[in-house]
Design a protein around this ligand. Structure first.
Ligand SMILES: NC(=O)c1ccc[n+]([C@@H]2O[C@H](COP(=O)([O-])OP(=O)(O)OC[C@H]3O[C@@H](n4cnc5c(N)ncnc54)[C@H](OP(=O)(O)O)[C@@H]3O)[C@@H](O)[C@H]2O)c1
Length: 515
């Protein structure tokens, strides 16, 4: 079909060759385990309501929240109404809510008790309606603390709720394990009950338009892909910086730390997008195959390399804009002597044909100078300084892919400064998503939930990817845990992290770039 055909008004349906029936959302029943918890209130229900208002959902759908608190359907609808009003980013409307909320149901019970699953079975029998193929689509969302996932999956299996007579899918939230063995164990639990193509492991970074655009940008434009290798690229930098602290997630963060929270998932997925080879097609499996190869190519780090090429940090107190900001150790629920890292920087190597010799510098942290996620590709200098020795401050060409807060791509290059004989001046050529497409910010959960409903696994993480990602970070976590840090806290809130992170690049004649 023609790319400009607009048979459906959907924002997601401007496709070229993808058959339209596969882009439709068939009737479904979504069972949210933990449907009364924080994630459900802040993200899942606001997203579902938003999709409903945007007319992305089919006429026949139902959402069944399953949690411990005792309440009736009506009380649950009221509870979620308040959440959607608060977290729905202005999408709330009373008449739409009245229609939408008729699709919401609540089951009170315990994940450990068989009785609850018997009840669940009866309710889904009643709620599910046939799709155009005659099957009944049942989607499970595990919005629960990770330790209860195994019992839920086991009970679903025992109660014949995993496969026929339903067409089922299961969405698993991060964290996906604490290390390779626990992730493998969790994978085993899931794959004993479901086929891999029924399992949707969420990394919400992959739902961001600009992250998906990395693949389009690279493989739809021959001008950059030809330069995308060690012959032309000096190094790559990836920054995932948050200006906030740990908010009220003290217990969770203390047990996790920065590597498990951000590096094992979001940061490694970003490396894969930048470093992967062209997939042989745009299908989920081809893309996931290429990403997995990148994780396997990341050079394993010995203890000595970890000591030399990684930096850890923890934020201390500071005054920002006249306000006293607490250090990590003063946050609610954090022990006074905690050694949990809130900052990570490292030099990684992707040891394959394309990337050998190109350092990948990574950094991420809480309470940094500003909130920004950015990938900087720095190109090598021209072979000859043609414009005179005194003008040798030649700034490198940098391609900057900004994921958040602005979604943009910019290219820095040198031009002749007007009327000077040989002075070079650096300028920026920029493309902004919002300015060009007049789009509003699209929440990643919108896209991910819809993709799951449609059965598109491209933006979800496969079993072998998860385990390969743990292989990359496990040695670092283990080394850091065995050798306690000497000087925590070692960076003030509101800064770009400890001095050692700057030294990591400076000693190699480079510096961190921010757009
Ligand atoms: N919160 C976020 O912003 C966020 C962001 C990214 C990922 N995640 C992940 O999402 C998952 C859920 O997080 P959350 O913050 O929503 O957790 P939460 O607020 O603790 O909610 C957990 C939910 O599970 C229910 N529950 C727990 N144990 C149960 C049991 N044995 N039987 C029945 N119900 C039980 C609770 O029911 P009651 O409320 O009735 O007790 C509650 O509804 C976690 O894996 C988390 O890491 C959360």
């Amino acid at each position: 079909m023609d790319c400009n055909d607009t048979l459906f008004p959907s924002r997601f349906l401007q496709t070229c060759d993808i058959p339209l029936p596969s882009m439709n959302v068939e009737p479904f029943t979504l069972v949210i385990f933990g449907g009364a918890g924080d994630l459900s209130k802040k993200k899942l229900l606001p997203t579902l309501f938003h999709l409903y208002r945007e007319k992305e959902l089919p006429k026949n759908f139902s959402v069944l929240a399953f949690a411990r608190s005792k309440m009736a359907d009506e009380a649950y609808r009221q509870l979620m109404k308040e959440s959607v009003r608060e977290f729905g980013e202005g999408s709330f409307s009373e008449p739409s809510w009245a229609e939408f909320s008729r699709h919401l149901f609540y089951l009170s019970g315990s994940f450990e008790e068989d009785r609850s699953y018997e009840e669940l079975n009866k309710i889904v029998e009643r709620l599910t309606v046939p799709t155009s193929k005659g099957d009944r689509q049942l989607i499970y969302y595990l919005s629960v603390p990770p330790q209860v996932t195994p019992v839920i999956v086991e009970k679903l299996k025992i109660h014949c709720l995993c496969k026929e007579p339903f067409k089922t899918k299961i969405i698993a939230e991060k964290p996906f394990g604490r290390d390779r063995p626990s992730a493998a164990k969790l994978n085993k639990v899931l794959t004993d009950a479901f086929d891999e193509n029924q399992i949707y492991r969420i990394d919400h970074y992959l739902g961001k338009e600009t992250v998906q655009n990395i693949i389009f940008f690279r493989f739809a434009n021959s001008i950059f892909e030809d330069l995308w290798n060690s012959h032309h690229i000096d190094h790559v930098q990836i920054t995932v910086a948050e200006d906030l602290g740990i908010e009220r997630r003290g217990a969770f963060y203390e047990a996790s730390g920065v590597v498990r929270d951000i590096v094992q998932n979001h940061l490694l997925q970003l490396i894969a997008m930048v470093a992967m080879e062209p997939p042989i097609g745009f299908e989920a499996e081809f893309i996931r195959d290429e990403k997995r190869k990148v994780f396997h190519s990341i050079q394993p780090m010995s203890d000595d390399m970890i000591d030399r090429f990684t930096v850890r940090g923890q934020y201390g107190p500071a005054k920002i804009d006249g306000q006293d900001i607490r250090g990590y150790r003063e946050e609610e629920g954090i022990p006074a002597g905690s050694n949990t890292p809130t900052f990570f920087a490292a030099r990684f190597h992707v040891a394959n044909w394309r990337w050998t010799g190109v350092p990948f510098y990574l950094r991420t942290g809480k309470r940094m100078s500003k909130r920004v996620t950015e990938i900087a590709i720095q190109f090598k200098q021209p072979p000859l300084r043609l414009f005179g020795r005194t003008c040798d401050v030649l700034e490198p060409n940098i391609l900057l892919l900004t994921i958040q807060p602005d979604e943009r791509i910019s290219l820095r290059f040198g031009v002749k400064y007007p009327y000077s004989p040989n002075q070079i001046y650096t300028v920026n050529m920029a493309f902004g998503y919002q300015e060009t497409f007049k789009t509003k910010f699209q929440h990643p959960y919108d896209r991910l939930l819809l993709d799951c409903m449609k059965g598109d696994l491209t933006l979800f993480v496969r079993e072998d990817e998860i385990e390969a990602m743990w292989d990359v970070v496990d040695p670092i976590i283990s080394r850091w845990e065995r050798v306690p840090p000497l000087q925590f806290p070692n960076y003030a809130a509101g800064t770009w992290g400890p001095q050692e992170a700057h030294k990591l690049l400076n000693q190699e004649g480079r510096q961190w770039i921010t757009g």
